[in-house]
Every structure is written in C-alpha cells, then in structure tokens.
Design a protein around this ligand. Structure first.
Ligand code: GLY
Length: 426
C-alpha cells in the first residue's frame, strides 16, 4: 500500500512510526513531515493546508490511502476533494469534521443525541454575549466557534475577564472569523480523560485511554498548551469502565449521525471531564490527540494500517485491537517561551543517546534539518520523549532518564507528568 501521511507534529511522527512497521506498506510519504518522520517516510514539501497540492501529489504518486493528522485540512474539505477524485482518505468529511471545526455544531449534536455536556449558550453579538456574562455565575468557559490553533478556549473566573475575552474574540477578531460566534458554557470540575475511538460510522474500536497534561508548568500551573506530556492507560479509570464511558459519550453520536445519513468515519477523540455525576464531554476532536497518540500507539500490538484502510473504505472488519500490557509515558520538551513566542533553528543535542535506551522512542514534534543536515528546533513543542515500562512508575523513570540526555538552548519540560496518577496507584 502506498500511503500519504499529512502533518508535521509528534502525533504524525507516532503515526509514521507505527504505519512504517506494517507489512502491508510499500511506500510512505509525509507532507510536510519533520526531521524525525524523515527516518520512516519520504518527506515532501507540501503544506498540510495545501489541499490542491496534496491532491495533485496523491494522483501523481498513485497513493492508495491518505491519512490526515491535523484537523484544519479535514475541516477545509480534504476528504471531500480526494473522495471526488476516487482517492481513499482516513478522516471525516468536512461536514463531520465540524464536530471539531464548530463548537456550536458540536454542542448541538451532543444535546440532540443526549450526550452529557455542560449547559451552554451561543452568541453572534458581542454586546449580548457580554451582557450574558455579567448576569451569569462564574467560572465560565468561552469558546471561539471556529478553529483557533488550540487557543480558542478560555476559562474565565471573573466577569471582567469574560468581557475582555469576548472583546478580543468577537470585536478585535484575534482568531479571525473563528470568533464571529462564541459558545459560553458553565465550567465543570473533575478529572480530565481523553478517549479516542476508531470508527467506520457503525463499528467502534476503542483506543487505549490516555491522560494529557495541558498546563505549561509543574503542578498544573501556567498557561494552557497543546499538551506537555501524557500517559496511557489512565490510572483513575480502568479499561473495564471505558466501555460504559464510550456508551455515554461517543456511541450516541456515532449512531445518531449514521441514522441521520452522515456517518462519522475516522478517529473521534472525546475530551472528557469525569465528574461525580459521571462523564461530561468537554469537546470532540476529529483527529488523533497530541501528545496522546505518542503514548497510545506504542502500546498497540495490532497492525494499524489495515484498520485505517478499512475505515477509509467505509467497512471496518477488524473487531478488536490488541494492546501491550506495558504503560507508556511521554514528556514533551518545548522551546523556551512556548506557548508564547520562541526562537527557531536552535541545535538539538543528545537525541541519539536518548533513543539508544531500550523501550524509549523520541518522537519529533517541531524539528527540522538545517543546511548541514543537523536537527534543529522549528516549533513550540519540539520533542515527545516516550518510554514504555512494566508500570507507570517504570515508564516515568525511563522517560525522565532519556530526556536528561537532550539539550537545546532554552528547552524546558514538566517534571511531574503522571505524578498525580502514581499517587493514586500507591
Ligand atoms: N492533547 C490535546 C489535543 O490533542 O487536543
């Protein structure tokens, strides 16, 4: 099978690493890829947003399957344009990608199919939204309706903060048209959990559970990021509970959309808050999580490629996935300044020493090769240093042993990934 993978982050490196192990693979391309992905795939210089360029390449190269990492090309209609030319894509149509691409669409789907989610209101008028926040009990969450590069969700503890956030989103348009509409919802408290499933719109294959760490600094302090580390499986919610969580939070939507004539195909990622009243869906994403993928795929024994291909064909025959018993942890090493502005092009030292450790994989998230073919930084999240271990503690020890070998100017990482879970397990 000739495969084109779209994207350039740690998630795509984990996908490339896994797909490259498939006996069914004959050739793997990645557009645009990164310095780590280049070890498994031929990287081609086409941006993940350039759907026309990707389509032309896929036709020229007789690609059998295109696997899409990020959400933006799916929301922009990559599936639909490829499908119109008879090309197979793993990922949902533009209409179904709105589960991530429009927060109001997503909340409406959840309420239509009875999925537990926080009470919400939708506004297109800034003044009305501001007035509402003045009359509403805090804390609340304000979400820009459209895609905002992971920055469009803001927790507000005071009405002053809420008014200022609404002004930035709806009047100053810091996220462009993504802020023309906003969803305002009640903040719910609990433990976060990421549940991802693979589906052809009918059969649901759960992936292993994972727990992300979104704040930049230790003890969940500092600004929100795309994710600074993760582990799998979740320590708090064992696999036997996951089936019932999926029945409450994912199955009603998959069944409901199919019955309405729009089956959701691809990966569906539910960001959940586990509360005293059960699971609540915070958001759906139409893609694999990052860095969740970096801890889920190393635990997967089953060959992923045929499963992705069956889903792209609309008929999932595989009925279950096999998992390694081991736990997996990833620690993200980020550029100084991330999630704000940061320098690029800094030399990274020590990756070979880290990779040489048994059961360690260093996934590249934001790297490139410079003109001397040295690995340099090129993004906010630079590396996801990943380790497997007999239990969470062993995976933690190994991941932190590996990351000590790696250096680049200003690079930082959290030192407490999985620490809370280890306390629970004790
Ligand atoms: N880890 C968070 C995300 O992928 O959205």
């Amino acid at each position: 099978m000739r495969v084109l993978l779209v994207g350039s982050g740690g998630r795509e490196h984990a996908l490339a690493w896994k797909i490259a192990q498939s006996p069914k693979l004959t050739k793997l391309f990645c557009a645009p890829g990164n310095a780590g992905i280049a070890e498994h795939a031929e990287c081609v210089d086409i941006s993940s947003d350039d759907i026309e360029g990707l389509l032309k390449f896929a036709i020229e190269q007789a690609i059998d399957l295109t696997v899409v990492g990020p959400e933006a090309p799916l929301v922009a209609g990559l599936y639909d344009q490829f499908n119109a030319r008879g090309l197979k894509v793993f990922g949902p149509s533009a209409k179904m990608a709105l589960l991530e691409g429009s927060k109001s669409f997503s909340k409406d789907v959840m309420s239509r199919f009875g999925v537990p989610t926080a009470a919400y209101e939708v506004f297109t008028n800034a003044k009305e939204a501001m007035q509402y926040t003045l009359e509403t009990e805090m804390p609340i969450v304000i979400k820009a309706d459209g895609l905002a590069a992971g920055k469009g969700v803001v927790i507000c503890d005071t009405s002053e903060q809420a008014v200022s956030t609404l002004s930035k989103m709806m009047e100053q348009k810091v996220f462009g048209p993504a802020g023309n509409k906003v969803v305002i919802e009640k903040k719910i408290e609990g433990e976060e959990l990421s549940i991802l499933v693979l589906t052809d719109g009918e059969t649901i294959l759960p992936l292993a559970s994972a727990r992300d760490h979104k704040r930049a600094y230790d003890h969940d302090r500092g600004p929100n990021t795309g994710g600074m580390g993760a582990y799998s499986p979740s320590a708090q919610f064992d696999e036997s509970m996951i089936g019932s969580i999926i029945d409450q939070t994912i199955r009603p939507v998959i069944d409901g959309l199919r019955k309405e004539g729009s089956p959701y195909r691809g990966v569906l990622y539910a960001g959940l808050m586990m509360t005293a009243d059960g699971p609540y869906v915070l958001e759906y994403n139409c893609r694999f999580g990052d860095p969740e993928t970096e801890v889920i795929l190393p635990r997967l024994k089953t060959d992923l490629l045929p499963v992705l291909a069956e889903i792209a064909d609309g008929k999932l025959c595989q009925k279950s996935l096999e998992w390694h018993e081991k736990a997996c942890m990833t620690v993200v090493m980020a550029s100084g300044g991330y999630p704000g502005s940061y320098q690029k092009g800094l030399s990274i030292h020590g990756i070979p020493a880290a990779k040489a450790i048994r059961d360690v994989v260093v996934f590249h998230a934001g790297t490139a090769l410079n003109e001397k073919k040295e690995v340099v930084t090129s993004g906010g999240r630079v590396l996801a240093v990943t380790a497997l271990g007999g239990n969470l503690r062993a995976a933690y020890d190994l991941a932190y042993q590996a990351i000590q070998h790696i250096h680049f100017e200003g690079g930082f990482f959290r030192r407490d990934i999985g620490r809370k879970a280890m306390e629970v397990l004790k």
